[in-house]
Design a protein around this ligand. Sequence first.
Ligand code: UDP
Ligand code: MG
Length: 313
Amino acid sequence: MIKPYISVVIPVYNEEASLETLYHRLTTVMDSISKPYEIILTNDGSKDRSSQILAELHQRRPEQIRVIEFNGNFGQHMAIMAGFANVRGEIIITMDADLQNPPEEIPRFVEMMEKGHDVVGSYRMDRKDSAWRLLVSRLHNKFRTWIAPNLTMKDEGSMLRAYRRNIVDLMVNCDEASTFIPALAHTYAANPGELGIKHEAREAGKSNYNFYKLIRYNFDLVTGFSLAPLQWFTLIGMLVSLLSGLLVVYMLLRRVIVGPEADGLFTLFAFMYFLVGIGLMGLGIIGEYIGRIYQEIRKRPRYIIKNILQKKD
Ligand code: UDP
Ligand code: MG
């Protein structure tokens, strides 16, 4: 078997409707590059016919198409990570299975990599997603720029990206229980580049991210790449203590000058609720980090592979 030069890694979750088109468009583009390549598809516990279709695609091109079957749903980033752990190529391309990233853009990524970049990110021009999905993404990007300003990327949710093998190996060796691949790669990149790419409406099916999943996803990014929320909490705590200290002095002076007073009960309630709210939020933020520390020290497997369909070397 010839060693592949390019490895394409694709996470698949309930994508039965797009896999056939994906196969045709992707193999056409990859064949046109005329370099040896492989395509690794991770089935992330799909509940539809994706598994059968993937097995069939492997049959069609056993040399090039390899399928990793997960034992359950471990999430998009873990599906990509499992692909990373099994790549044989030098240049690794990630993309979504739903064809929102046109495979026809891949040659531009290969070209950029050959110019010497070790990571080539992307941003979606003229994005075709639902209005609320766009809004969540925009807020997410704003928030991320604010809390982790060293992650200089325009659009971390854009998953058509290219990585050099050494970067991929570093990510695999990271062994974190939860991660956010574009951000992780960025922390290792010596010479990152970025490309604007076309974006298409989903071929078929619907987005796998609901509001709750998107929020969890955001927490992965925030807690995984920044300690800023904890530091803000210390700052807010210090500010609140300072203000309460001033309030105590003021109240003592009033007590001496005006005498005892009992008005302002509801103002007091409002203050208390506000402070209790801040306190609870702080506990939540600490809890979020502690939960992740707990996850890490348990060292449970990040994902479980049921089987791999591939031609033996
Ligand atoms: N995906 C996955 N596991 C999941 C959710 C999604 O492997 O739990 C895959 C999905 O099949 C697709 C990619 O991740 O290839 C992006 O998912 P989706 O299109 O639903 O997200 P969106 O485009 O709305 O961000
Ligand atoms: Mg999508």
